[in-house]
Design a binder for this molecule. Sequence first.
Ligand code: GRG
Length: 382
Amino acid sequence: MASCWWRWRRGCSWRPAARSPGPGSHGRAGLSGLRAAAAAARAQMSYFNLVKRLTSAFPNMYSISRFHHVTPAVCCCSKTRSGEEYTDPFNLGWRDLKGLYEDIRKELFISTTELKEMCEYYFDGKGKAFRPIIVVLMARACNIHHNNSRNVQASQRAIALIAEMIHTASLVHDDVIDDASSRRGKHTVNKIWGEKKAVLAGDLILSAASIALARIGNTTVVSILTQVIEDLVRGEFLQLGSKENENERFAHYLEKTFKKTASLIANSCKAVSVLGCPDPAVHEIAYQYGKNVGLAFQLIDDVLDFTSCSDRMGKPTSADLKLGLATGPVLFACQQSDGVQQTTYLAQRYCREAVREISKLRPSPERDALIQLSEIVLTRDK
Ligand code: GRG
């Protein structure tokens, strides 16, 4: 059963401040109010200019309109839009995911005891299963949009398993690269079995995912999901490098963020839409939703690396800084003091875009759950 891993972060320090007073209100606030308003305006202007400069280096993927965001409140709506009774996204998604980890373990058909133990180590139900949940909700939302079908096809459910397997294989490899000692509140595979065996376990999980993907027998879906594997490797490679130039540094960070995290979510969403509906416009909606939620998810992950503690996250925090990685909070903080807040604004901006995209589908409880999920991405604390 999926655990309720998110908690609402009301009143948390990194949350955007309350809306500043409107025009005319500075009379009562006096000189300090005027100074504050001027400082806020300067900060907004410098943020705007920063984003403008940064995104000019990466114009196609990250246009200025995507970034210019000064709305000082969490943006996504939480009320249901389909008119049907609201259901928790994780409960709704989990209906199609019963036996998820047992089924993954069946895919990892391994006779060698040690290798089996290593490969199954993370499929213990302790992860958030965020990716499988999005995938099955997207599958249902697309099926309902297409022909009002209420079922998830076996091939679509298989994509949820495959997404979790690719994700887990990348975590195993990532922990070797970062020399990480804990994940999900327990020791990493590399710390228990050593780096060499950990790399091989990651390879084996990835190969089992590839076999499951081939079994679906749809070449379009195979090429969509193999793109993810290329992106993961390229994203990790980008993380090993850095840029001297400030503009390039932010574009580099966003490209890495897309490839390391958003590509898997975007392409898994697209894959289930292809399996459920022939309309390319729907495939694009699914992809755009996954891409924007994925970018927001990673930006918040980078914020949590600064603001959360190891006990809560189940893995070391401040890890990016210790590894010398400049993520959103640091890149923004190079320009002004509130790097964490500006990164959160950017994540909100992506979530707004995700909601705008998914709202193009016919109303359904699953579509509403995907809208709700984008809010959970912003408010999660682990
Ligand atoms: C292609 C197998 C393979 C690997 C090659 C190492 C590598 C390239 C890629 C690493 C990509 C990576 C680890 C990205 C991190 C993404 C991320 C935000 C992980 C955390 O996800 P959560 O919070 O984790 O959903 P849980 O533990 O809940 O599953």
